[in-house]
Design a binder for this molecule. Structure first.
Ligand code: AMP
Length: 198
């Protein structure tokens, strides 16, 4: 059986959305489309895009909507994303929700579910500081972390109201073991009739 699911995972930085996104995408046999990963790969590879966005990422600011939208449209147009995908990190503000809606509705598609990984602010700060020590990500400085959390609260959290009106948001408690949280996510998706690849 081939599973089809068009998913978005949202949560503050440090909520574990990257890790859970990969697990859920694997379970459904769909690709993860992570804008942060795409930007970091381009920075690492020294591409023109990478050079354009390095300073923006280091500050913890958002890359302009137009540029980000173009990257996502290109990625979602690839063959492996035709019967499903899991978006991680996009859309990140209400304008980007509009861009994604336009793109998907032109294909006769829409998101099936938005998984909100809920963790208290203190917990995400603690996890991010730990990741900074372990991975040395250049945007995991104390200043950039605080800035990214502020952007999350001011710009990203409002997208949940928009998707909430459509009845597609599933709030998941992000505190627990990796397996417990994956299980919580797969159960709420199953309740929506979204079943795993077998
Ligand atoms: P992430 O790995 O999702 O935390 O993203 C890392 C960084 O990439 C963010 O702090 C932004 O600078 C940039 N970025 C990722 N996704 C987006 C987006 N949808 N819109 C604008 N900038 C983004």
């Amino acid at each position: 059986m081939t599973a089809s699911a068009r998913l978005l995972i949202v949560g503050p930085q440090g909520s574990g959305k990257g890790t859970q996104g990969v697990r859920i995408a694997e379970a459904f046999g769909i690709p993860v489309v992570s804008t942060g990963d795409i930007f970091r790969a381009n920075i690492k590879g020294g591409t023109e895009l990478g050079q354009q966005v390095t300073a923006i990422l280091d500050r913890g600011d958002l890359v302009p909507d137009e540029l980000t939208g173009e990257i996502v449209r290109d990625r979602l147009s690839q063959d492996d994303a035709q019967s499903g995908f899991l978006l991680d990190g996009y859309p990140r503000n209400v304008a980007q929700v509009g861009h994604l809606d336009e793109f998907l509705s032109a294909r006769g598609e829409a998101l099936d579910a938005v998984i909100l990984l809920d963790v208290p602010r203190e917990e995400s700060i603690a996890r991010l500081s730990l990741r900074a020590q372990e991975q040395g990500r250049s945007d995991d400085t104390e200043e950039a972390i605080a800035h990214r959390l502020e952007i999350y609260e001011n710009e990203t959290a409002p997208i949940l109201a928009v998707y909430g009106e459509r009845g597609i948001v599933d709030r998941i408690d992000g505190i627990g073991s990796l397996d417990e949280i994956t299980e919580r996510i797969t159960s709420v998706l199953a309740a929506r009739g979204l079943t795993l690849a077998s």
